[in-house]
Design a protein around this ligand. Structure first.
Ligand code: KG4
Length: 338
């Protein structure tokens, strides 16, 4: 019997619903919220309100595009956390209501597991998926982690950021350059035209597999401050070089610990996920690193790097197949680790 899963994602500022059958993607609908742009960051209250408006049409469209009826579903998977509580409540409450109304079981999903398992979403039946175990570099606005994925149910956190996430480093440095939020994609675009060796920023020296990006952020800020004293147009004149140098430094920091993790574990498959894995430089550096060492690389399509419900559906499918369901009184949680 096939497993047909509806996934619902509402952890931050994207309302999304997707349908998968046995890992094959039938639909994936995302309503992104533009309302936050003018505030330079996600405003939780506005995010919750936008989810309220979007959730019904998004789920309805996902089901229609997939050509399935709610009663055909094996389970309804929803993001239970981590994320903004008000945002999570919208998706969680909607999933519960749908489950109560239809009798379709509920499955709760850890958003981070969604990112990590997104490589199992197949768009064509023959698409290649990772073999266990693999290492996942999970890099987003809120996380920078290296995870050893032994199975969909068994994951080990090998290292994580002790302060800022890689996405925050992109966004905050972009902000001091006067770029719009989120700054990561702007840095990516500018970096393509700049000299990545023009500026040197400090890199962390911390033991083990943990990351740190706050020192880099400060070093970037001081470079701007010191040079602006001599030349008020410094940022404008050096935008591309600053972006390229920043991106290079972030990539070097990410790859340094990823390399350590690969050597320590001897694992021969590496996957990346999360918003920062959309970065052209990160994608290229990981692909080249793996190719040079005969390591299998899984670089997600850009559509699956940022928040989406297809990854919630695939993680929900694994959980449902392993026998997990979730009671209707399950509360969402803002904070949770893998
Ligand atoms: O995973 P995500 O959509 O949201 C969470 O943080 O949960 O990640 C968003 C982060 C932001 O920091 C954004 O600037 C970054 O991903 N990002 C990028 C790129 N696209 C998104 N950073 C660098 N280059 C990009 N192309």
């Amino acid at each position: 019997m096939s497993t047909l899963i509806l996934g619902i994602e509402s952890s931050c500022d994207d309302t999304s619903a997707a349908v998968i059958r046995d890992g094959l993607l039938l639909s994936n609908v995302i309503a992104s919220q533009k309302v936050h742009e003018e505030y330079g960051g996600v405003v939780p209250e506005l995010a919750s309100r936008a989810h309220q408006q979007n959730i019904v049409p998004v789920v309805d469209t996902a089901l229609r595009r997939a050509g399935v009826d709610v009663s055909d579903l094996s389970a309804i998977a929803f993001t239970r956390g981590p994320g903004l509580l008000g945002s999570l409540l919208v998706g969680t409450s909607f999933a519960k209501g749908l489950s109560l109304g239809t009798g379709v079981p509920l499955v709760d999903v850890n958003h981070l597991h969604g990112h990590i398992l997104s490589h199992f979403i197949r768009q064509e039946p023959g698409d290649e998926v990772p073999e266990f175990p693999y290492l996942c570099l999970l890099v987003s606005g809120g996380n920078s982690q290296i995870v050893l994925v032994e199975s969909p149910e068994k994951m080990q956190l090998l290292g994580q950021t002790i302060d800022d996430a890689a996405g925050e480093a992109f966004d905050k440095c972009a902000k001091v350059m006067g770029l719009p939020y989120p700054g990561g994609p702007h840095i990516d675009r500018l970096a393509a035209e700049g000299d990545a060796q023009r500026f040197k920023f400090s890199k962390p020296h911390i033991p083990g597999l943990d990351y740190s990006f706050s020192g880099l952020k400060t070093s970037f800020l001081y470079t701007l401050r010191d040079n602006l004293r001599a030349d008020a147009d410094f940022v404008e004149k050096n935008k591309a070089h600053l972006a390229a140098s920043l991106q290079r430094t972030i990539i070097e920091i990410l790859l340094d610990k990823l390399d350590k993790a690969a050597r320590q574990t001897g694992v021969r498959t590496i996957a990346i996920g999360g918003g920062v894995s959309a970065n052209s430089g990160v994608r290229q550096a990981v692909a080249e690193y793996c190719q040079a060492r005969g390591i299998k690389a899984f670089i997600p399509q850009r559509a699956f790097t940022t928040d989406n419900a297809a990854m919630v559906a695939i993680a929900g499918m694994f959980r449902f197949q392993a026998g997990h369901t979730c009671p209707v009184d399950a509360a969402p949680f803002a904070r949770v680790t893998i």
